[in-house]
Design a protein around this ligand. Structure first.
Ligand SMILES: NC(=O)c1ccc[n+]([C@@H]2O[C@H](COP(=O)([O-])OP(=O)(O)OC[C@H]3O[C@@H](n4cnc5c(N)ncnc54)[C@H](O)[C@@H]3O)[C@@H](O)[C@H]2O)c1
Ligand SMILES: O=c1ccn([C@@H]2O[C@H](COP(=O)(O)OP(=O)(O)O[C@H]3O[C@H](CO)[C@@H](O)[C@H](O)[C@H]3O)[C@@H](O)[C@H]2O)c(=O)[nH]1
Length: 430
């Protein structure tokens, strides 16, 4: 099939390359000329394992990119993979989605025949039908349910394993309201479902599909927060939280994943999505207490980590190495990284901060040019008065003699990943 993907970021590029991989002809539309040029040059515009290879293989053939929305007229289905950031009060900011829908609608005015527009972005319930569809209808002159349909296909990929997750999903959720939309969505996903050995395909309504995404992320974020709550209790009793959490994970009703206690959840999705569904729920008169508690526990974890640091060193004037700037291992994405509140608090406390990350340093430097950066963990530790471990990059587990170069070897581990104990002052958050 001929597919167009509007937005070529973490999701748009990944799904475009993967759809090309399963046999579709795909065009990416993005307003960023550099992104488009990078893709057309055969390179991925983001760091994501396996993506470079797919882009290199399909670019110029089944995968191409353009800044010109007119390209969507040659396709059957368009996915909107545009950002849906948070407003200051947590509500979803739909301005980019609306701008994309307007451009798409304008261009569809000149397309004969049926077109399906699928929301891939994470949007609060009713957005696709009540916000996106009316813009598309108004701009294109097409009629919803006749020559225009909308659908919703939430995305569950994780950064750092995006390609693997998209090509091997636990489930595929296809939200539609008409037979034509349901049939087109099935046609898009059939080759992927077949290749992935038939994962469950959930066919549902558009608003249900929108809500499934928030329920998924809200549940996972709350699961981590509950693990952190339990781990904090363990810490106060001097009980090994890892032993406790791994034991409860053996109960199949609980499951062992996303019980990783530590400095909490960050990233481009959990914080904004949990905030957005809380705000949307309040708009319709319901206060989601569990989700709110998940946020509160999460906000406390960096504060607790700094408390552990202060038990050993006064940050004022101290050189503090921050190990890990990405919001999780395997990505250069720093959006809502736990390193952000930590670095800001350290700067407020007048610490001399040196950051290190295997791949996210340049992104962090753009936001925080005022701190020092090292090109290895060892260099960051050299001469430091204390180290905070913030991201669970596997290389931090291997650190050993590097700690010997610290001025005072105080290691406060926010991810419980460092293995060395002898000859250092080791303090774990949980
Ligand atoms: N990042 C993830 O892991 C992930 C996973 C699942 C769902 N999501 C959801 O997917 C959506 C996209 O997220 P992302 O992380 O890929 O965003 P992103 O910021 O990485 O990429 C968005 C892209 O859209 C482009 N863009 C902006 N305005 C445009 C316009 N008017 N027309 C065309 N292109 C435009 C930008 O240049 C950018 O390349 C969000 O709703 C997010 O919540 C993200
Ligand atoms: O046991 C765990 C697992 C994760 N995290 C943290 O949680 C955050 C999110 O991690 P992860 O879920 O692996 O990464 P994302 O790429 O943000 O993926 C989430 O957000 C995406 C965007 O909505 C969804 O598509 C994915 O299904 C969902 O897992 C990171 O800060 C992790 O460090 C923990 O603290 N403990």
């Amino acid at each position: 099939m001929d597919l167009s993907i509007v937005g070529s970021g973490y999701v748009g590029t990944t799904i475009a390359a993967c759809f090309a991989e399963v046999g579709h002809d795909v065009v990416n539309v993005d307003i960023d000329e550099e992104t488009v040029a990078t893709l057309n040059g055969g390179d991925a515009p983001i760091h994501e394992p396996g993506l470079d290879d797919l882009v290199a293989e399909h670019a110029g053939d089944r995968l191409r990119a353009t800044t010109d929305y007119a390209a969507v007229r040659d396709t059957d289905v368009t996915f909107l993979a545009l950002p849906t950031p948070s407003e200051d009060d947590g509500h979803i900011d739909l301005s980019i989605m609306k701008a994309g829908a307007r451009s798409l609608g304008e261009t569809l005015a000149e397309k004969d025949g049926h077109h399906l527009v699928v929301t891939k972005s994470t949007v609060v319930p009713t957005t696709t039908e009540e916000v996106i569809a009316p813009i598309l209808e108004a701009e294109s002159g097409k009629t919803l349910g006749a020559d225009l349909d909308v659908g919703m296909n939430p995305e569950f990929l994780r950064e750092g394993s995006a390609v693997e997750d998209f090509l091997g999903p636990d489930k595929v959720v296809l939200g539609s309201e008409t037979d034509a939309a349901a049939a087109a969505l099935r046609d898009v996903f059939d080759p992927l479902v077949e290749r992935a050995d038939d994962p469950p395909v959930v066919e549902t309504g558009v608003a249900e599909a929108e809500m499934i995404k928030y329920a998924n992320n809200g549940f996972l974020a709350a699961k981590i927060s509950l693990a952190n709550d339990i781990a904090n209790v363990c810490k106060e009793y001097d009980i090994d939280s890892e032993a406790v959490l791994s034991a409860i994970g053996l109960d199949h009703r609980i499951g062992s994943e996303f019980l990783g206690a530590g400095v909490g959840w960050g990233g481009s999705c959990f914080p904004k999505d949990v905030a957005a569904i809380i705000a949307a729920a309040r708009d319709v008169g319901y206060d989601p207490a569990m989700l709110q508690a998940a946020v509160e526990v999460n906000d406390r974890q960096p504060v607790r980590l700094l408390g552990r640091l202060r038990e050993h060193v006064d940050p004022d004037g101290a050189r503090v190495a921050v190990l890990g700037l990405a919001f999780k291992p395997g990505t250069d994405d720093i959006r809502n990284s736990r390193a952000i509140p930590l670095v800001e608090a350290l700067l407020d406390a007048n610490a001399d901060v040196v950051g290190y990350d295997p791949v996210a340093t340049e992104n962090f430097r753009e936001e925080y040019p005022e701190i020092d950066y090292a090109d290895s963990a060892g260099a960051a530790l050299d001469g430091a008065d204390a180290a905070l471990v913030v991201t669970d990059w596997p290389e931090f587990a291997e650190l050993d003699t590097e700690f010997d170069a610290m001025a005072t070897p105080i290691v406060v581990d926010g991810r419980r990943i460092v293995t060395r104990r002898g000859g250092i002052v080791y303090e774990s958050l949980v």
